[in-house]
Design a protein around this ligand. Sequence first.
Ligand SMILES: *Cc1c(COP(=O)(O)O)cnc(C)c1O
Ligand SMILES: [Zn+2]
Length: 414
Amino acid sequence: MHYVKGLVCISCQKNYAPEPDRYLCSSCGENGLLDVEYDYSLLQSEWSPEQLQSSTAPGHWRYLPLLPVDPATPRPPLRVGGTPLYHNRALGEELGLQEIIIKDEGLNPTASLKDRASSLAVVKAREAGNNTISCSSTGNAASSLAGSAAASGLKAVIFVPERAPGGKVAQLMIFGARVISVQGSYSDTYELSAASIDRWHWYNRNAAINPYLMEGKKTAVLELAEQLNWQMPDWIVLTVGDGCTIAGAGKALQDLRELDFITRKPRLLGVQAAGCAPITRAWQQEAELQVCAEDSLADSIAVGNPRNWKKAVRAVRDSGGIMINVEDEEILEMMKLLGRKSGIFGEPAGVAGLAGIRRAVKAGIIQPREKVAVIITGNGLKDIDSARQAAGEPYSLAPEIEAMEEVVCKEGLD
Ligand SMILES: *Cc1c(COP(=O)(O)O)cnc(C)c1O
Ligand SMILES: [Zn+2]
């Protein structure tokens, strides 16, 4: 932790010591999200891309100098990060680009990018001396925390809205979490979890307010940059729910630029579902957030009252990027297209970025020759119903070759 200078309030700039259970500014409350500040000059004098290259730490722990954890605290043994990067022309062309770069975060231990934050949360819980950790989640943060807690021998209390897809709830139960399915929206779920955490003093993994979790999520972009040998693309595309992931991306770019690991910052394209896009609205109108309904099948990004919206808007703005909304039909279409052109199975919130790219190219915001990297944030096996809706059902045949003949003919397989 000797590279961490402290925490600073994004509203009033008040400083705090980096205690593991310091979540918000005590003067500003919910408006007082905190940022972790690093001593970049000390870091730069002790750490370099060459040193990083020779690191043998597993997965995202290779970025430990840029993470707000005490190196002496035990870390969960699950391998988080180290996810692959693919250059894909066929998919790029479908979206109006020469090529697209895909980072598949569905290959994390619990099959979403959330593992990057949860692995940090369990370390911070230990530092806080707390054996029970809790969060509310649309699904992935929950299953991810349950997995990391199981791997670390901690108890997890998880709140999910009743709409959470079956695959995610099944993961929770398998990992042995205490699961509360809340009869209400995600916002209701968040409120009940916040009240319970407050009352029973569990460690709080709500990414929206816990300042350390965004630092975990930023490792997706640190890794992307290293995999591209520090040659950054023109755009990085992410889907936006609470706003913590895209804010993390912005933080990664800030870190890398401050340390001179990269020479220029890409622009961020943030994508929300049209049926729940409060952050796009706040970005567009340069206004305060207005809470909205959660009407999208992309459950992981359907967050009507995102707590991290300020950091998200700031990250997009600082990068010279934009926010865009896409319809559910486009998201389903992209699940199918991604699967067919790349062999990657993404969940709706995982692939919505592709629909955003197509729109941005059509609108002339992204140029066909620009380099675009998209992060597929979660695996489609978690939400089979949406996959079926996107791709349909198989042929159902009697076990007779005549019936098969028809299919072969129709599909042009002869
Ligand atoms: C959580 C999540 C997001 C969005 O991240 P936020 O930090 O909530 O903005 C996107 N895709 C998937 C699959 C997620 O689980
Ligand atoms: Zn403050």
